[in-house]
Ligand binder design. Structure first.
Ligand code: CA
Length: 253
């Protein structure tokens, strides 16, 4: 199944040129996880035309195999799969170091607000409701990849704070701030998920990892430390307490 479409189109000389031209713009590898053949066929064809390299998987286990063979630049993930749910895969993959920066767009037939929130809470970068047009899908893909391209430089900027993810250094107005690894990870999570509210439990999951046994008040301890570090630079108010729920990081006050 893998690359079938791309491989076929390359047999036609006039299309090779098209393909090469398109590839130079966007030779990104997209993993499409979808059990419905007709949708796979339609999406593969359309994205192939756009110059993307497509790997296909019809269920969770073949998706895992595809990822092990070729790390994708972006994943399109169906919500309901024969052997698992897209949400389950999303949660698992977002915990993998190798996939943490890989944007994931959920394909869903569900329109319920709750599902959308679950998906976005679990780290989905966007979601698209079926039936969707190819035009809409390619526009979303481009937007998500564009957003992600700042992480290629490995820099995250929110307001006056800048993180250099390669060097593990934080700066406020170009002035370097020293912080411990947990504070750095917490700040990194906040800055890459700005303007959303997270409960202490969610922060434990995302920043400390589900396998660690840490009490919820540990989150508060590290929040206090992080605020203390940011206070002299007038950035402590960016970490906002949302009463009865948790915390939000925002440049807006
Ligand atoms: Ca499905």
């Amino acid at each position: 199944m893998q690359n079938q479409y791309v491989a076929e189109t390359r047999q036609f000389p006039d299309q090779i040129q098209d393909q090469t031209r398109a590839q130079s713009m966007s030779s990104k590898r997209i993993l499409l996880v979808e059990d419905e053949f007709s949708i796979r066929e339609m999406v593969s064809f359309a994205l192939g035309q756009e110059g993307y390299v497509i790997d296909e998987a019809e269920d969770g286990s073949s998706a895992e195999l595809q990822i092990a063979n070729n790390l994708p630049d972006l994943i399109l993930l169906d919500w309901m799969l024969p052997d698992t749910t897209g949400l389950e895969l999303l949660r698992r993959w977002k915990r993998k170091d190798a996939l943490q920066e890989t944007p994931i767009i959920m394909l869903t037939a569900r329109v319920e607000e709750r599902d959308k929130i679950d998906g976005l809470d679990s780290g989905a970068d966007d979601y698209i409701t079926k039936p969707f047009s190819v035009k809409e899908l390619t526009a979303r893909i481009r937007a998500v990849l564009r957003r992600g391209s700042s992480s290629i430089e490995n820099e995250v900027v929110v307001g006056p704070i800048k993180l250099d993810l390669n060097a593990h250094r934080a700066y406020v107005n170009e002035e370097s701030i020293n912080m411990g690894p947990t504070e750095f990870r917490l700040l990194e999570f906040f800055m890459t998920h700005a303007d959303r509210v997270y409960s202490r439990n969610q922060l434990l999951d995302y920043v400390w990892g589900r396998n660690m046994y840490v009490e919820e008040r540990t989150v508060d301890v590290h929040i206090v430390r992080l605020r203390k570090l940011l206070k002299p630079l007038n950035c402590d108010q960016m970490i906002q307490t949302v009463r009865g729920y948790g915390y939000r990081f925002s440049a807006k006050t």
